[in-house]
Design a protein around this ligand. Structure first.
Ligand code: FES
Length: 159
């Protein structure tokens, strides 16, 4: 975790205030937090709990329940592996496990060198290429577990 204290932006504060008394606000607010920082910083989770007047544990309960919320910054290369239906049926899950194994990190965690993170996402809109992974916007399709090494090597060489 960063040593620099992360401040809630005025835009985000206004958004949280606006959603304060609306039903289902927590998910909406957490999406906005992640959109703003790329993950859910602890300082911001604490601040959000105060504004919404909910226990911090409830916020972390939601964050850990849905795997699209991140607690850490993404790696320099964020590997998004599709787990939409087409990709799942063609082994998307094995691709994720392959990346996790090779990198030694679980989903939504960052490797120690800060280079990679792995994320499971829903349909990326290119099901014809299933199973698919997108790395910083670059699409890699028709993957097998043998491609995991090749993809990591490609980005390691880019540095
Ligand atoms: S299900 Fe993976 S791209 Fe559509």
């Amino acid at each position: 975790m960063s040593d620099n204290l992360i401040q809630m932006t005025p835009e985000l504060r206004a958004f949280v205030e606006e959603w304060k008394s609306k039903p289902g606000n927590l998910i909406m607010v957490l999406h906005r937090v992640q959109q703003t920082y790329g993950f859910i910083p602890r300082e911001i989770a604490i601040e959000t709990a105060k504004i919404l007047d909910v226990p911090l544990a409830k916020i972390y309960g939601v964050i850990t329940f849905y795997n699209f919320f991140r607690l850490d910054k993404a790696g320099k290369y964020n590997i998004q592996v599709c787990l939409g239906t087409a990709c799942y049926l063609r082994g998307g899950d094995d691709i994720i496990k392959g990346f996790e194994r090779e990198l030694g990190v679980g989903l939504n965690k960052v490797t120690d060198d800060g280079m990679f993170s792995v994320e499971a996402v829903r349909c990326l809109g290119c099901c014809g290429l299933a199973p698919v992974a997108v790395v910083n916007g670059e699409v890699h399709g028709k993957l097998t577990t043998k491609d995991v090494d090749r993809i990591l090597k490609l980005y390691r060489e880019r540095g």
